[in-house]
Write a protein that binds this ligand. Structure first.
Ligand code: SF4
Length: 355
């Protein structure tokens, strides 16, 4: 009897998949944590975070009870911090409304903070074996090629179309295996630039391969260019070698994380800072009224966020004036800094440049 696409793919997955820690469990909580960490992040990066996170918060209740700062600290360096904040909020919702168990019903999962269609599909299918598609970038690429779909994958309509393809194939196999098999094929065989078509287990079902257009798919319209900003960062230490740090606002980019103080600068200030020489200085005031005296720009580097590019000019600075109790910043010792969750670019300055 001829095997179907889904049967061949699932059989291939069962004997070829990578052994990853979250594949050794059927605990919905652990699957949720891994799927959240894996969004926009490489497997090798996620593995140590996954173990550390579960060691610190072994159950939904442990995560719900934690302080947000503890959660952000464990997440430090993994990026996209809203994922960590959402996990924390959802853990509280699960504890309060669902007695600490992730709901079985996908409609209920979808109501939880941070649960979009992908996370809902991943948890519902992998943990509960329910026929719900989990369509991420890898799956979009694989299915666009298998079905020879020339629709733009950045459009919501295309995502729906691809979810329809996945749902149709799921009828005849175990959803927990099928979804993971699609993800695995996308991660290891059906690669974006060099798909390994000759080694592909589902080559005979792939319409793009049969028609010689695998490399033309998927169709993806270009993302908007990142907005560029230059920030002057004040690296200010006192005579006890404590560093001035501050907490970011509780909304927006890098919310609630710690940072070194910085201000947005235009081209004139940027040039003035670059021309600083011995015995010269410039004074700058931050929004909360702290005046920093800058004597030298020690280094400049670029940090990329999804939609913004920051050029960071790190200056050796002194706190000239700060109103006690009015400022959002304060001097902290290295031991105190170690316990605070820092935003990645500032962590880089503290850990790499000044150690
Ligand atoms: Fe991807 Fe090539 Fe396999 Fe088609 S044959 S699914 S393009 S690797």
């Amino acid at each position: 009897m001829n095997e179907s696409f889904e049967q061949v793919l699932c059989r291939w997955y069962e004997s070829n998949h990578r052994k990853l820690p979250w594949r050794e469990t059927s605990d919905p909580y652990k699957i949720w944590i891994s799927e959240t960490m894996l969004q926009q992040t490489r497997v090798e990066t996620v593995i140590p975070y996954y173990f550390r996170f579960l060691e610190q918060f072994p159950t939904v209740q442990d995560l719900a009870k934690a302080d947000e700062q503890q959660v952000l600290k464990i997440w430090e360096g993994l990026g996209y911090y809203s994922r960590a904040r959402n996990l924390h909020v959802a853990a509280k919702e699960i504890t309060e409304k669902y007695c600490g168990k992730l709901p079985y019903d996908p409609k209920e999962l979808l109501k939880l903070k941070g649960f979009g269609p992908y996370t809902t599909g991943a948890v519902a299918s992998i943990a509960y074996n329910l026929p719900v598609p989990a369509v991420d970038g890898n799956v979009m690429r694989v299915m666009s090629r298998i079905e020879k779909c020339f629709s733009d994958i950045t459009r919501a309509k295309t995502k729906k179309e691809i979810e329809g393809f996945v749902r149709a194939h799921m009828k005849n196999c175990a959803p927990c295996i099928f979804n993971q098999a699609l993800m695995e094929l996308g991660a290891t065989v059906c690669l974006p630039k060099n798909p390994k078509c000759l080694d592909c287990p589902v080559q005979k079902f792939c319409q793009a391969y049969q028609d010689g257009c695998a490399l033309d798919l998927p169709i993806k319209s270009k993302a908007k260019a990142r907005k560029k900003e230059t920030h002057l960062v004040f690296y200010a230490r006192d005579h006890e070698k404590r560093t001035w740090v501050q907490k970011r606002p509780n909304t927006g980019l890098l919310a609630n994380l710690y940072e070194l103080p910085h201000i947005l600068v235009g081209s004139q200030e940027k040039e003035a800072c670059r021309r600083l020489k011995e015995d010269m200085f410039l004074d700058f005031q931050t929004e909360d009224g702290v005046v920093f005296r800058v004597s030298e720009v020690m280094l400049t580097f670029t940090h990329l966020f999804t939609h913004i590019e920051w050029e960071l000019m790190v200056a050796d600075a002194k706190v000239l004036h700060a109103l006690a109790g009015k400022s959002i910043g304060e001097f902290c010792t290295p031991a105190e800094i170690e316990k605070l969750p820092f935003a990645a670019p500032f962590l880089k300055i503290i850990n790499t440049v000044f150690v």
